[in-house]
Ligand binder design. Structure first.
Ligand code: GUN
Ligand code: ZN
Length: 438
């Protein structure tokens, strides 16, 4: 090649990404202290040491110099609710009163497509400010809310998954759906695999679906096997007891979903705090995945997820913010709380593992490895530029980091949206932080 392709672009920074799980592979990560990421036509062309790669670039290739910063794959948030953006940080004594008091009235507003679109725009921009380039998102029961979400996502060319909520009992009349899957099927046809959009069949949780709706949901999931499924399970003790009363013949709460054919690859189960060993084994056997949502679990007092136990069953685990029960859009803050939850359960979560969970681990949980989550050639160029000196305190702490692990740990414990200098989706910059005023 003699001339740079118009769509070729290089980025110089430290590079971090993963090709395996650091919990089970000692050399799971790639770290290039002086690295180069080469992007062509929105995809990764190469990632490696600057000195080894720079000579391969055609003359005139534009190069953005981010030295002093760390480029990682964009974060992937595997559980959150876009319509709950405006009610984040609403106090209530536990899950069920929180749903009644705040969630259902807030979600009612999404019958209005104008409101839905405006909220979706804000929500996606907030994700990008926080370095999240892919998310698995609950909309509301209204199909307009899913259209608004996917339209706003397409306008930014983002790799986003989401779906309209299914809920046909134990909810206010104004949010009640029917067992009829027509809206969900229409949305699958309209959005799934259209551009970068992915559809998620979204039964809210077992208490708000009739057996008839769960059955129809399982049929739909079978008819469209590469769609996602997302729901909540075993989040809160009162909820678990309620499911026991509603489904007395099922062995466990998770088994309700299993019974209706909702455990399979690309099924994502939020929370999973009160699972038993048989449940964890089913997670692994069926290729289903767990979204651990620590800020939400601490906020609502739901309980402490047992990551070490999930690992012992080799279950797929990733991290979710669970906004609006979660208290932050930041995956760095989500790591901070995941670390503390692990300590309270008597285990230890290294920073490298947390960055894996938020990138390649989540991509694997969603069966999107090779598409997003790391910098293998051909992957979509969704990446973020992290600043280990983003705040005075981070600068002071990371100045005396002896290891990569210490620097990443400081970013996870002390960082938030201020640590995200820039966010790129399919090679285009979709967020740039304004100059810090500190
Ligand atoms: N269980 C059922 N619906 C919800 C929800 O919106 N948020 C949380 N955290 N749990 C739920
Ligand atoms: Zn949730």
């Amino acid at each position: 090649m003699s001339n740079a392709s118009a769509n070729l672009q290089a980025y110089r920074a430290s590079l971090l990404h993963f090709h395996a799980d650091p919990a089970s592979h000692p050399d799971a990560h790639a770290w290039h202290a002086d690295g180069l990421l080469v992007v062509e036509d929105g995809r990764v062309k190469a990632a490696g040491d600057h000195d080894a790669l720079v000579g391969t670039l055609p003359p005139g290739t534009p190069l953005i110099d981010y030295r002093g910063k760390i480029i990682t794959p964009g974060f992937i948030d595997t559980h959150l609710h876009f319509p709950q953006t405006d009610m984040i940080a609403s106090p209530a004594p536990g899950l069920l009163p929180w749903l009644e008091t705040y969630t259902f009235p807030t979600e009612r507003q999404f019958m209005d497509p104008v409101h839905a679109r405006a909220t979706a725009e804000f929500f996606l921009d907030e994700l990008l400010r926080n370095g999240t380039t892919t998310a698995l998102v609950y909309c509301t029961v209204h199909k307009e809310s899913a259209d608004a979400f996917f339209e706003a996502s397409a306008a930014r060319n983002l790799r986003m998954a989401g779906g309209k909520v299914l809920m046909d009992r134990h909810c206010p009349d104004f949010l009640r759906d029917s067992p009829d899957m027509r809206d969900s099927e229409d949305l699958i046809k309209r959005w799934h695999n259209k551009g970068r959009a992915l559809y998620a069949i979204t039964p809210r949780f077992a208490p708000t679906s009739t057996e008839s709706q769960l059955g129809a949901t399982g049929e739909l999931a079978k008819a469209y096997p590469d769609t996602f499924i997302q729901t909540h399970v075993s989040e809160n003790k009162d909820e678990v007891a309620w499911v026991g009363e509603l489904f007395p013949h099922q062995r466990s709460y998770l088994h309700v979903y299993d019974h209706y054919g909702l455990m399979r690859p690309r099924a994502m189960f939020g929370h999973c705090i009160w699972l038993d060993d048989t449940d964890f084994a089913r997670m692994a056997e069926t290729g289903s995945a767990i979204a651990h949502c620590p800020t939400s679990n601490l906020f609502l007092g739901s309980g402490l997820f047992d990551m070490a136990k999930a690992d012992s069953f080799r279950a797929l685990v990733s991290l979710g913010t669970d906004v609006g029960a979660g208290t932050s859009f930041s995956m760095l803050q989500t790591m901070n709380e995941a670390y503390k939850v692990a300590r309270l359960k008597g285990s230890y979560l290294p920073a490298l593992r947390m960055f894996y969970l938020a990138t390649l681990g989540a991509a694997r949980s969603m069966q999107l490895e090779g598409t997003i989550g790391n910098f293998v050639p051909g992957a979509e160029a969704d990446f973020i530029v992290l600043d280990p000196k983003a705040t005075p305190l981070l600068a002071r702490r990371t100045a005396n980091s002896d290891t990569l692990e210490e620097t990443l740990f400081a970013l996870a414990l002390l960082g938030d949206d201020r640590a995200v200098c820039a966010t790129y989706a399919a090679g285009q910059r979709v967020h740039q932080r304004e100059a810090a005023s500190h």
